[in-house]
Design a protein around this ligand. Sequence first.
Ligand SMILES: NC(=O)c1ccc[n+]([C@@H]2O[C@H](COP(=O)([O-])OP(=O)(O)OC[C@H]3O[C@@H](n4cnc5c(N)ncnc54)[C@H](O)[C@@H]3O)[C@@H](O)[C@H]2O)c1
Length: 382
Amino acid sequence: MSAPATRWQVRAQRPVAYDVLKTPALFAPHNDALLAFGRREGARRFVVVDANVMRHHGAAIRDWFGQHGVEVHLVTHPGGEECKTLEACQDLVCELDTFPIHRRDDPIIAIGGGVLTDVVAFVASSYRRGVPHIKVPTTLMGYIDAALGIKAGVNFNGNKNRLGSFEPPQAVLLDPAFLPSLPRRHLLNGVCEIVKLAVIRDRALFAQLEADGAASIAACFANPAGEAILDRAIGGMLEELAPNLFEEELARKVDFGHTFSYGLETRHGERLLHGEAVLLDILVSVQIARQRGLLAGDDAARVFALVGRLGLAPDLRVLDSGTMWHSLLDRIEHRNGQQRVPMPAGIGQCVFLNDITRRELDAAVPALHARIKADHELVLEC
Ligand SMILES: NC(=O)c1ccc[n+]([C@@H]2O[C@H](COP(=O)([O-])OP(=O)(O)OC[C@H]3O[C@@H](n4cnc5c(N)ncnc54)[C@H](O)[C@@H]3O)[C@@H](O)[C@H]2O)c1
């Protein structure tokens, strides 16, 4: 008989609490929302700002820190997927070493799009084994999605987000005043993620998009209806994220549009933005749901009509079922052995599929081409 093993067990729970706070005109002189986090006496802040944000809003940001007596070290970082690298993290760590901050009460501040907040959050999760950080999203993608949760990461070895961590921020501060300087393509990129939420979990949001989406895009969401759309999208996103922050549950509604898009985005990175790839996945999924009879013809037609009405122009040329099938196989690893593909079963209703076949995908691509061509011709005739 072998001797009984000596065993010690360690158990711990890490509480997570952070505010997502909408605070318009964050860098107006009177606004001190940013001072609510970290020390005020002798405050030092390491601030990373997206290079394009710096171009449009840099003076206001710099002035704000000066007006509030905060010693600041401003670093710019270019946005764009190609800058979401380990090298970018190493550069930031080297910069951090030149500007000592208190490990607990001088939070790093990330001001930028999803690329920048993912990179900075990853640095914050590993610098001295973890320092606090605050996210200030400046793209629509960040505002309604990327900055809200706790996922951090960089692309590596040809794979998106291959290295990353779960790192709760100290706070997320939302200022819609950043959106008007965003190029239209990037605004629409974020709209694709709102469409995702509407189709898979929120019929009322879908109706809001139908009624007010186009006008809201034209107004950069600075109109009351646009604000209502963003507030609803954020609330819905947080309802999905909060009970499953660390993704113990791998069947996630918010993964709608993120199964086939992964491969498309990896393969056509120079051509497709994240939301654009998500939109293609949404349309393929709607087509599959239609083929299976999960989605009624009228509902599928409403989704296609909404995409047209919002001015989203999916680039169908990049669709190929081989890439998408391999993407699904990769997602099976990511989702621990099962497909767990969220699919619409009616607008605002979700089911999870584990039995999508290559044949279905092969059929969906030409059917989608034919559908969009027919819709287009209909519009031209009108
Ligand atoms: N962590 C998450 O949960 C999560 C969720 C969704 C997406 N993401 C990630 O987000 C990334 C995409 O984010 P993104 O779409 O914000 O891209 P991005 O950060 O590259 O920003 C897009 C472009 O807009 C510019 N920009 C940013 N703010 C601006 C402003 N206010 N005015 C003018 N220009 C501005 C940037 O310089 C860049 O050129 C992807 O890497 C994706 O994986 C992460």
